[in-house]
Design a protein around this ligand. Structure first.
Ligand code: ADP
Length: 636
């Protein structure tokens, strides 16, 4: 079989095709990023080769330095990016360039709107990579040879970025990859050396290997220079960014480096760069992204830091260095203590990794704390994107519970906004003189929370209540007991005791009405039967006639929903029915001689109380029938 006869035409996988199409059409306003993406791939390929060479030194020829070379030909309108990195086999070319291996791609594509501006942002979060070449090129060729294979085993891939690509066997003198872009007619600016140089400076200074371009020749004698051999020079700083001293790195460089490691298009919110010396030696550079990735809630989604050992790249997504609730943090960790031939399995058991993990966790929490102090708007933006993930913290990380608590934000009855922008410290600073607890209410949504009858007494007394409406909140609160020495109190749970906030006169009235309405409570209990755990006089209500409370140790509505949704058995719990002794309806009820009518009113009050909590009626038909009956009697 001759090499040339081995041409095969293949169609892109559907998802790849969709993505390609979108990319070409929505990233037109930021075309130059294609170069960043291709250099980033070349640098990753060099990293991978260096790593493989640890176990097989013959892969890395001693005299050749790992590097990227960029050649432009303005006459032919081409630009090529060559690396001497790991290269790809034919099979790898097919999977890497013909399909999209990321989990959740289909769901991601469904989120696209057709609005180019929005979509380009989404694609940015998804990461565009190699396909961005098609933003500026109408044909792309990839010639690649895997390190350790023969010159004749190379592969040539070609595509015009539409439905198909061709793939054929080829030969290539050295291992590595050359990506050649045939630029579209109106993109010829990218075949101008000075333009490319400035893009490289902008995007690739932090890349640890040299990026070479042909030396500019300003000599007058064209004939003479024509015969000269091409001379190349390094155009980037070519030093791994995290190895540089903090004071020498500009903000823009940190931002660019973030885009390289995270595959994100947008700037990070903040970062923290540290070198640790002593018992353990490592450098870490952690970033807080500006926006949640499309797959934040996908359990299998990639997470973790890029791991280097003594500046040699070891692996992407080393998730052992941070707990799950900090999975949004991106960055690099470079250790001097871990062995170069470490594997994921070994990392899991390595005590060095454990110590690094607790130090990096503290570092990340510290960075968030500082951000909250220094730039509240940015922190609010962070909270909006990642707050729910951070709320997993107190359950997962017992040791840092206090610190995480300081980072939590909520809406409260007095914050004047629906935004979750109030910290527990803000709440505590506004607590009343006699208040010793932090009060909160868990509800289905903000509207239900604000209208909850449980808030009535708090409103009357001007006591602030935290409104919790995220699904995770009840679970979160089951792991939080106090903050700043103050206990948390769910205001819908247990017998409400306002402690010193109650005055003696109120207590006395309550006791009196308890005595007076003893018979009524028993009558109601008999009428509701098994539907309630207890019937008692409420201390929470000023306007409503009745409400439901959850017993001290029972599971609340939110947790029950979560458990039911995940298919787990939900323990049966009954609510406590509380009535407001000062409400005229209760007075009427007490005086009602007709048992049927009494039962109807009790059932209606009970139904209303369930609805007011955002719950559902057990038997809506029965509720309406009784309500109508009472209404009809009214009109007689
Ligand atoms: P990403 O870099 O985000 O994984 P890309 O679409 O940029 O996605 O690239 C897909 C894959 O193709 C890469 O993960 C890598 O395995 C392979 N690849 C791309 N460029 C090169 C290269 N220059 N050398 C070796 N492999 C490459």
């Amino acid at each position: 079989m001759t090499v040339a006869s081995n041409v095969e035409t293949r169609g892109f996988e559907t998802e790849a095709k969709q993505l390609l199409h979108l990319m070409i059409h929505s990233l037109y306003s930021n075309k130059e990023i294609f170069l960043r993406e291709l250099i980033s791939n070349a640098s990753d390929a060099a990293d991978k080769l260096r790593f493989q060479a640890l176990s097989d030194p013959s892969l890395l020829a001693e005299d050749s330095e790992l590097q990227v070379q960029i050649d432009v030909d303005s006459k032919k309108r081409t630009i090529s990016i060559s690396d001497n990195g790991i290269g790809m086999t034919r099979e790898e070319v097919i999977t890497n360039l013909g399909t999209i291996a990321k989990s959740g791609t289909a769901q991601f594509l469904e989120t696209l709107t057709g609005d180019q501006k929005k979509d380009s942002q989404l694609i940015g979060q998804f990461g565009v990579g190699f396909y961005s070449a098609f933003i500026v090129a109408d044909e792309v060729e990839v010639l690649t040879r895997k390190a350790g294979t023969d010159a004749s085993e190379a592969t040539l891939w070609k595509s015009s970025g539409e439905a198909e690509y061709s793939i054929e066997s080829a030969s290539k003198e050295t291992s590595g990859t050359v990506v050649t872009l045939h630029l579209k007619k109106d993109e010829k600016e990218f075949a101008e050396p000075y333009r490319i140089r400035s893009i490289v400076k902008k995007y690739a200074d932090h890349i640890s290997i040299p990026v070479l371009m042909e030396k500019q020749d300003f000599s007058e004698d064209k004939e003479k220079s024509k015969n000269k051999e091409k001379e190349y020079e390094t155009v980037n700083a070519a030093k791994a960014l995290w190895t540089r001293s903090r004071k020498d790195v500009k903000d823009d460089e940190y931002k660019e480096f973030y885009k390289h490691v995270s595959h994100d298009f947008e700037d990070p919110l903040d970062w923290s760069h540290n070198r640790v010396e002593g018992k353990l030696e490592y450098t870490s550079l952690l970033y807080i992204p500006g926006r949640a990735p499309y797959d934040l809630w996908n359990r299998d989604a990639a997470r973790g830091l890029k791991l280097y050992v003594q500046r040699v790249f070891i692996m992407d997504e080393a998730e052992q260095f941070l707990p799950l609730y900090l999975r949004f943090i991106k960055g690099v960790v470079d250790s001097n203590d871990i062995s170069l031939n470490v594997s994921r399995e070994i990392l899991q058991k390595d005590p060095v990794v454990d110590s690094m993990r607790s130090a990096l966790t503290k570092r990340a929490l510290d960075m968030l704390e500082k951000l909250r102090k220094k730039d509240k708007d940015k922190y609010d933006a962070f909270w909006k994107e990642f707050g729910q993930v951070l709320k997993e913290g107190p359950a997962e990380d017992f040791a840092n519970r206090e610190r995480i608590a300081k980072l939590l934000q909520f809406t409260t009855t007095q914050s004047g906004s629906d935004k979750q922008d109030q910290g527990l410290d803000d709440y505590v600073s506004r607590m009343q003189e006699n208040q010793d607890k932090i009060y909160y209410l868990v509800a289905e949504n903000l509207k239900a929370a604000r209208n909850s009858p449980h808030l009535e007494i708090f409103r009357k007394k001007g006591i602030e209540v935290i409104l919790m409406v995220d699904r995770i909140d009840e679970w979160l609160m089951s792991h939080m007991h106090e903050f700043d020495g103050k206990h948390f109190q769910d205001i819908a749970r247990g017998e409400l005791d306002l402690g010193k906030l109650d005055d003696a006169a109120e207590k006395e009235t309550k006791e009196k009405s308890e005595e007076k309405l003893k018979d009524l409570l028993e009558r109601i209990k008999a009428s509701l039967g098994e539907r309630v755990k207890e019937v008692r006089i409420s201390h929470r209500l000023t306007d409503s006639a009745a409400c439901l409370a959850v017993d001290e140790h029972d599971m609340g509505a939110q947790m029950r929903k979560i458990m039911a949704a995940s298919g787990q058995p939900v323990p049966e719990t009954k609510p406590i029915f509380e009535i407001n002794p000062d409400h005229p309806l209760i007075g009427k009820l007490d005086a009602e001689p007709d048992e049927d009518r009494f039962g109807d009113i009790v059932a209606i009050l009970f139904g209303q109380a369930s609805l007011a909590d955002g719950g559902q009626l057990e038997d809506p038909g029965d509720f309406s029938a009784r309500l109508n009956k009472v209404l009809l009697e009214l009109s007689h």
